[in-house]
Structures are given as C-alpha cells and as structure tokens.
Design a binder for this molecule. Structure first.
Ligand code: FE
Length: 131
C-alpha cells in the first residue's frame, strides 16, 4: 500500500501545468509579514472547466529544525462553469491563483500541495531565509 507522499506528484513547473508554484521573497525580515502567492499553470496554462479544473491549493510552512509543518492556508476553487443548465453553461470561473500573508522568526520551507480533479495531487516547495 502506498503512503500519501508517494502519490503526490512532482515535476518542473516550466513544463508541467499542474505544479503549484510558490512565489515570494527568498529572504524575509524576522517577524514581518510577507506576501506568498501560489498558482497552478504559471508557464503552461491548466484547463478550468467543469470537467477538468484545480480544486484547491494548500500551503504549509516547516520551520528549520522542527518536526511538524504549520498550515498557512487552504484555498478552494469552487466555480468552474457549472450552472442549473449544466456543465460550462455559466460564465463564472474561479482562477487557481491565491495570495497569503505570513510571518515567521525562523527560516524554513514553504510547501504547496494542489489537487487537479482528474490528475491528482501535486507539490512544490520553496526555501525562505529569515534575516
Ligand atoms: Fe489536470
């Protein structure tokens, strides 16, 4: 039986449209809020239709030397064109890009995990340094 970590996929975001890319400063100031964005399909667009879309992105932070990650936020994308008339009949779509604010006194790693409703779980991570 596979562990959950073994079914979370990983690839180069420049060629793979499912990777939840994290963008923020490489170095941040201790205990000062900074902006973190996470988006799927930064280089290669991912579809956003009723049948095929990104359902959510979750961000975690693991401070250096600690065992357990902290969940920064979970962002759900709930509108993908469906209406009472059927799939892709509305003009309302949530885009799979979010921004969060966080602060920390320790350097560490930000992790993003995302779910495509038909292509599964994807991950990305970015080291940040506190000065
Ligand atoms: Fe997909």
């Amino acid at each position: 039986m596979k562990k959950i970590g073994e079914i979370i996929q990983d690839a180069d975001w420049k060629t793979e449209k499912h990777v939840p890319v994290i963008e923020c400063k490489d170095t941040v100031k201790k205990d000062e809020f900074f902006e973190v964005t996470a988006s799927v399909g930064k280089e290669v667009a991912h579809p956003n239709t009723t049948a095929h879309h990104i359902s959510w992105i979750t961000l975690y932070f693991l401070p250096d030397g600690e065992k357990f990650p902290y969940q920064i936020g979970k962002f759900e994308f709930n509108s993908h064109g469906a209406s009472a008339q059927g799939p892709d009949t509305s003009t309302v779509y949530t885009n799979h890009k979010v921004m969060a604010w966080m602060k920390t006194s320790k350097s560490g790693v930000i992790y993003a995990v995302s779910l495509c409703n038909i292509h599964g779980l994807w991950e990305y991570s970015k080291q940040i340094k506190v000065e």
